[in-house]
Design a protein around this ligand. Structure first.
Ligand code: ADP
Ligand code: MG
Length: 687
């Protein structure tokens, strides 16, 4: 007698007949330890035994037919091991030829009158199949015809046919103990197959429909359960961390916005109000703002920082590089000094004395906003009353950093801003416990950057083009990539281009910026470029993120195929920020197909979300986020590339159910709740 509540995760596979010491080890090599593991060891494809209607089959299509052998096999030999065997086969009254290469052993089994099943390539003109799969046993045929046979990934000497039988056996013995784990209402609403049935069909579908329905059910289940974990995390986070209640005069904020040089876009307005709404709540804000390059995130940050200031708190803005720290300090000062907000910058190039003074100002609360690199929260910086932390241009502000803040006894509101839009499916998977705001609109009058892809041989013409633009008063970037094998080469490349252009473009002034200059040198060059004292800036990738020089309209990227799509898009985003027309020229002779593809995508679209979508398709989620830090869950069936819609729905359902106040008490969700209690949620802390 089997107990009703049987935990299949706890039953070792060696309870199954035929699984001894040796087999057990081999299965474990495939990651199969328990019955549950085996039942969810899904095939990666199916062997198709459905019969083809030859009248409809295309030339060279793969077909499967069942028919009566009509002639004795005739053999021809080419040398010792090479043979060709031929028969006539009667398929529903139509006579076709079947040939086999090098499968002479079949000869004695293929006799006239016998019914056989063959698959292979169809030659429509000769009415002939070149068979690569033959089933002689009629009993086997009865079992297989019309089916899709699972194909598993096997190693370690496990035979496919044995594994199939084992999986089948496991379903016979334990299938009825597979528990349903989705709430009934969801099964009903989406007409999902019961779990046990879906799992069975994933292994042994009778046809395409079953396999589709099974896949749909399990994909939904995986995504839903994952989202439930995220929502549970969010729910606990909410109750555990008391947030600062920001109280400020909305009118003053409105005045500040009205005083800007431009009206906010609709998207900016929406995102600002989402942020301010969060700030007023007694829960800690944990929000990600996604916006394409140039969509105007800085001003959104400024508004949030101003509201934070009005509430009586200090704010911090963290950026990845010192150049950016300088730039943002300047932008914020321009925007906020008229309102008596004191913005200071904390960077590595300060003298010891300057630094001491800055730290003192922060500690005494004289500094209202502090801009700096990440060191800002790691160093012995003591804020008097920190209310808001914004991280700009940062893919992820790790859990570690947030913990560092909490350790200092502060749980300020936290806002992340990223210009590397990641497709929503990934965003809500990886940043799942955060709220996401998206600035999906460009400021009015922004023209898409004209983008061309040219071969290196036209370099002289590009120099002419740069010259012409500079004569019109515009400025240009020329980016030379970092060549990984040798830092030297990289510099040489930039250096050579710098020397060449200095000569050829004279009297136009050319500057050089690279990663090995110290921060004072970098700043000098950057300032000269910002002030239009230098018209052409040759640079390695340090300008990649965030830099804002609206007068620059030309972006030339040398060896562009060495960059990834996200980087190229970022770089291109450096131009066309002033409202006029801008040009991006990709100079590349790509050697790889993916290089060509990247160049093509760049010339086809300037939409960062579209680009990241294509990038994701090209590279897959793991590579896209960087394998090591991807933090992506390991779904067996769900595919983030394809199941975006299912994910959206699953997320909504998870939020509705798990964030419901009485969720833990609700009998309908008991199974789900108990499962969440058992799951290790720490594993979700991406860092
Ligand atoms: P990013 O989102 O890439 O950080 P920035 O905040 O640097 O973009 O803004 C890019 C440029 O667009 C800046 O010069 C900024 O002043 C300008 N800008 C921002 N918002 C608007 C707007 N609503 N209308 C017009 N220009 C804007
Ligand atoms: Mg920015």
């Amino acid at each position: 007698m089997m107990p009703k509540e049987m935990r299949l995760e706890e039953i070792s596979i060696d309870v199954l007949p035929g699984v001894g010491e040796q087999r057990k080890k081999e299965l474990e090599g495939l990651g199969i330890h328990s019955i549950a593991d085996l039942l969810s060891y899904y095939p990666y494809r199916y062997e198709d035994y459905r019969l083809t209607d030859l009248a409809e089959a295309q030339h060279e299509e793969r077909v499967t037919v069942q028919g009566r052998v009509f002639t004795q096999p005739s053999m021809r030999w080419f040398g010792k091991n090479k043979s060709r065997m031929h028969i006539k086969l009667d398929v529903d009254g139509v006579f076709i030829s079947v040939i086999w290469f090098n499968q002479a052993y079949l000869k004695k089994m293929i006799q006239p009158g016998k019914t056989i099943l063959v698959s292979g390539k169809w030659d429509r003109h000769r009415l002939q199949i070149t068979a690569d799969r033959t089933v002689i046993s009629e009993e086997e045929q009865k079992k297989l015809v019309g089916r899709l046979e699972p194909v598993y990934s096997v190693t370690n000497g496990i035979k496919m046919s044995w594994l199939r039988k084992l999986v089948y056996q496991a379903f016979v013995d334990y299938g009825k103990h597979i528990p349903e784990n989705l709430p009934e209402e969801l099964l009903q609403r989406y007409k999902l197959l019961p779990r046990a049935k879906a799992m069975y069909y994933l292994h042994f579908p009778k046809g395409q429909r079953e396999s589709y329905q099974a896949r749909r059910r399990i994909a939904y289940e995986e995504l839903f359960l994952y989202e439930c974990k995220l929502m549970w995390l969010k729910r606990m986070h909410r109750t555990e961390t008391e947030g600062i209640v920001h109280t400020f005069d909305q009118q003053k904020v409105d005045q500040f916005i009205a005083g800007l040089a431009f009206p906010l876009t609709g998207a900016q307005q929406r995102v600002v109000s989402e942020i301010l709404q969060d700030m007023k709540q007694p829960v800690q804000m944990n929000r990600l703002v996604q916006g394409d390059v140039g969509s105007g995130k800085t001003v959104v940050a400024a508004i949030a920082l101003y509201a934070n200031y009005l509430s009586g708190y200090q704010g911090a803005l963290m950026v990845p590089t010192e150049i950016l720290a300088d730039q943002h300090t300047e932008s914020l000062r321009k925007l906020l000094s008229p309102y008596d907000v004191r913005v200071i910058c904390l960077t590595g190039k300060m003298t010891a004395k300057e630094r001491r003074e800055a730290l003192a100002e922060i500690e005494m609360g004289l500094a209202d906003i502090v801009v700096g690199t990440h060191a800002l929260i790691q160093e012995p910086v003591v804020f008097r009353r920190l209310g808001l932390v914004i991280t700009d241009e940062q893919h992820r502000f790790g859990v570690k950093q947030r913990a560092a803040l909490r350790e200092k006894g502060i749980s300020p509101d936290v806002l992340f801003m990223t210009a590397t839009p990641i497709p929503r499916t990934l965003a809500i998977t990886v940043f799942g416990e955060m709220d996401v705001s998206t600035i999906d609109e460009m400021p009015a009058g922004r023209q898409p950057v004209d983008t061309y892809w040219v071969k290196k041989e036209v370099w002289p013409r590009i120099i002419k083009f740069i010259e012409k633009e500079c004569q019109k008063g515009r400025q240009a970037y020329v980016i030379c990539p970092l060549i990984e094998e040798s830092e030297k080469l990289d510099l040489q490349n930039a250096q050579e281009v710098y020397e060449q252009l200095t000569v050829e473009l004279a009297p136009i002034r050319v500057g050089l910026l690279h990663g090995r200059m110290n921060s004072v040198e970098k700043e000098e060059v950057m300032n000269a470029f910002s002030a239009n004292e230098v018209q052409v800036l040759i640079s390695t990738t340090v300008v990649e993120v965030g830099v804002n020089v609206p007068n620059a309209t030309v972006m030339v990227i040398y060896d562009a195929d060495r960059f990834g799509l996200a980087q190229l898009h970022q770089l291109r985003g450096r131009v066309g920020r002033g409202g006029g027309a801008a040009t991006c020229i990709l100079v590349a002779d790509p050697k790889s197909e993916s290089g060509v593809e990247r160049m093509r995508i760049m010339t086809e679209t300037t939409d960062g979300f579209e680009i990241s979508k294509r990038d994701l398709e090209l590279r897959g989620p793991g590579d896209f986020l960087g394998v090591k830090q991807s933090g992506l869950p390991d779904f067996k069936v769900a595919d983030l590339n394809e199941d975006g819609r299912i994910l959206e729905v699953a997320r909504q359902d998870a939020a509705r159910i798990v964030l419901q106040k009485d969720f833990p008490q609700n009998e309908d969700y008991r199974v789900l709740y108990e499962w969440l209690q058992k799951e290790k949620l720490e594993s979700l802390n991406f860092d």
